[in-house]
Design a protein. Structure first.
Length: 363
C-alpha cells in the first residue's frame, strides 16, 4: 500500500459549450531576434518577401483573413501566418470561438514588415461574473467538457472523527478546519478523454475514454493544468487536502458517513472486493450528497499540498509541507483505506496505475 476554488456560468458556462467564446489579444510584438521569416521565407504574388506572424493559441486556428499568403503552418501550439509587407490587420477564427479582428496599431505596430517575425498571443475571454450555479459545465476541446460541483465554504472536523473505523495515527488528532471561500471541484476524476484532448497523449495502463487517467505524477498534473488553463482561460489546480476531505464528506450536506456518500462502500466505490483488479468508468457508482462521484476508491487522488502531521489547534485554509498527499483509496484498496479521512502520500515524481486526480476551479 502506498503511504508515501469564480464564474457563474449560471447556465452560462453550459451555454458556452454550445455557443462560441470570445478571444482576446494578450500581446502582439516584434520578435527582433527571430529570423524565421528569413530562414523559412515565403513570397507574395509580386515575388516580395512576406512578414511572418506566429499565432500562439492552445486550440485550433481554423481561418485567418487579410493579406495572407496561404497555407497556414501548424507548429505545436503555434500557427504561422505569412502576410504581405505593409499589412495592418488580420482576422483570426479559432474553433469554438468568435472571429477576432486584430489591428496591429493597437499594439504599437503600425504595419508588418517583410522578413520580420512577429508573435501574437491569444487567449479566451473569461466571463467575469462570480460563480453561483451548483453545477457548471466547462467546454475544453474536441467536444470534451468538465463538470464541476460547487462546494460552499464552511467549517468541519477533519481527521478520524467517530464514524471512521480503525483510523491510522496520521488521521489524528481530529481538528477543526475552516475553508473561507466557496470552490468548485470536479464531479468526476479526470478522464483519459480529457487528458488526451488537452495533452494529445494517454499515459494510462488501463485504456478507456471514460476511465480515470492514471500513471501520472504530481508534476504531470501541474503540466496538464497549465495547458488546460491556456485552453479555457480559467484557473485550475489540484484540491488541497482539506478541500478534498470536506468535499468527500459532503461539505455542509455531510451525513457523517464513513465513505464518500455512504457507509456501504460497494454503493459508492470501486475497491478490492468489487473492482476485478482494474479501474472503472467514472460516475458509475452512487454520488455523494454534493453530487460528486468516486471519491472513495477507483484511483487514489493527488492533492495540491504536501503531506505532514496534523496539528492540534483549529486551522484556517491549511496546507502542508512534506510528501504530496494522496486521498480516497483505489481499486486495489481494502475498504478501510477508502474512508474519507484516510491519508496516503507519494513523492512528486511517482506514478502508478492506481493514482489519478480531480480538479478544483478557483479565482
Amino acid at each position: 500500500m502506498i503511504r508515501y476554488f469564480f464564474l457563474v456560468l449560471v447556465g452560462v458556462i453550459t451555454s458556452i459549450a454550445s455557443s462560441a467564446q470570445e478571444l482576446k489579444v494578450k500581446s502582439f510584438t516584434l520578435a527582433a531576434t527571430d529570423i524565421s521569416a528569413q530562414t523559412q521565407q515565403r513570397k507574395d504574388l509580386n515575388d516580395e518577401p512576406c512578414a511572418l506572424v506566429k499565432v500562439q493559441f492552445v486550440g485550433d486556428i481554423l481561418n485567418v483573413k487579410g493579406n495572407v499568403i496561404l497555407p497556414l503552418l501548424k507548429e505545436d501550439y503555434e500557427t504561422w501566418v505569412y502576410l504581405t509587407h505593409g499589412s495592418r490587420q488580420m482576422q483570426v477564427t479559432a474553433k469554438n470561438h468568435l472571429p477576432l479582428m486584430i489591428k496591429f496599431a493597437d499594439y504599437g505596430v503600425e504595419s508588418v514588415e517583410k522578413n520580420r517575425t512577429y508573435v501574437l498571443v491569444l487567449s479566451p475571454i473569461t466571463p467575469s461574473n462570480p460563480l453561483s450555479a451548483d453545477v457548471i459545465t466547462i467546454p475544453v476541446k474536441n467536444g470534451i467538457n468538465i463538470e464541476m460541483v460547487k462546494v460552499e465554504a464552511g467549517t468541519f472536523m477533519m481527521g478520524a472523527t467517530s464514524e471512521m473505523e480503525n483510523p491510522y495515527d496520521d488521521e489524528k488528532p481530529v481538528h477543526q478546519v475552516t475553508l473561507t471561500k466557496d470552490y468548485y471541484i470536479g464531479k468526476y476524476e479526470v478522464t483519459q478523454a480529457l487528458w488526451q484532448a488537452v495533452m494529445g497523449s494517454n499515459p494510462s495502463y488501463f485504456k478507456g475514454n471514460n476511465l480515470p487517467v492514471e500513471q501520472v505524477t504530481w508534476y504531470d498534473c501541474q503540466e496538464f493544468i497549465s495547458v488546460l488553463d491556456s485552453i479555457t482561460g480559467l484557473n485550475f489546480r489540484l484540491p488541497t487536502e482539506a478541500e478534498w476531505e470536506y468535499a468527500a464528506r459532503g461539505g455542509k450536506k455531510s451525513r457523517e458517513y464513513m465513505y464518500s456518500g455512504s457507509s456501504n462502500l460497494s454503493d459508492i466505490g470501486w475497491y478490492k472486493e468489487n473492482s476485478g483488479d482494474k479501474t472503472h468508468a467514472v460516475g458509475t457508482k452512487q454520488a455523494n450528497a454534493l453530487g460528486i462521484c468516486d471519491m472513495s476508491g477507483n484511483v487514489y487522488e493527488l492533492c495540491e499540498d504536501l503531506y505532514g502531521s496534523y496539528p492540534s489547534p483549529a486551522q484556517t485554509n491549511p496546507t502542508d509541507e512534506l510528501l504530496y498527499v494522496l486521498r480516497g483509496g483505489c481499486f486495489r484498496s481494502e475498504a478501510w483505506s477508502c474512508r474519507s479521512s484516510c491519508r496516503n502520500n507519494c513523492p512528486p515524481g511517482y506514478y502508478s496505475e492506481s493514482i489519478g486526480f480531480r480538479l478544483v476551479l478557483f479565482e
